[in-house]
Design a binder for this molecule. Structure first.
Ligand SMILES: [Zn+2]
Length: 206
């Protein structure tokens, strides 16, 4: 585990907030749980059983584990061995690179293919790329079937995450209806670190 203290962090956060609220307004705490408290239940036990803990956990941890059966499968240790630390953080832990810093943000070749940096599956053609000004490489479409969409509910909003269809590696998110003058009015907002550009459009990659 890369975050061994996460459950403790969440528990501490939850209890701290509840404790603070209780001190500020003890009547409110009693109002929320009158039966349990009047019966002498230990408040800590009560709060630990509350459904707010998994709810809060969704803000701290990455999304639920993707159980899709991808053609390329490796353990997280195996991925860590073949990816750079930054690639692992973005591709396997669904991180995001800082805007305007990626190798391919302003990369506008006339031909070639952007492959998955983890498994080399061809994902986007150079001709799919457009200038969005958003700070990350933007594509209006992908190669057929190369990218899989998932609902991402982290950060308190609904977004569409995109992953490599071959290995499940995190690419970024897709946004629709923003008004860009492209054939699809979609923007695949992809982390440069998730990609590797290949000059030749060689179909199946390497
Ligand atoms: Zn891949």
């Amino acid at each position: 585990m890369r975050f061994p203290t996460l459950p403790n962090l969440i528990r501490t956060f939850t209890l701290t907030n509840i404790t603070t609220a209780t001190f500020r307004n003890p009547a409110a705490a009693l109002h929320r749980a009158p039966l349990a408290l009047t019966r002498g239940t230990n408040p800590t036990t009560l709060f630990r059983s509350m459904p707010t803990i998994p709810f809060l956990a969704s803000f701290f941890s990455s999304q639920p584990k993707d159980m899709t059966d991808y053609p390329v499968r490796k353990s997280e240790d195996e991925w860590q061995a073949v990816l750079s630390p930054e690639q692992f953080r973005v591709i396997r832990e669904k991180g995001t690179e800082a805007p305007y810093t990626g190798e391919y943000d302003k990369h506008m070749p006339s031909a070639g293919t952007y492959e998955c940096a983890a498994c080399h599956a061809p994902l986007y053609r150079a001709t799919h790329k457009f200038k969005s000004g958003c700070g990350w490489p933007a594509y209006f479409d992908s190669l057929p079937g190369a990218v899989t969409r998932h609902t991402d509910s982290t950060l308190g909003m609904a977004r569409t995450e995109i992953t490599c269809s071959r290995c499940g590696g995190h690419l970024g998110h897709v946004f629709k209806g923003e008004g860009y003058p492209t054939p699809t009015d979609e923007r695949h907002c992809v982390n440069s670190v998730s990609l590797k550009f290949a000059k030749e459009e060689d179909g199946e990659g390497k």
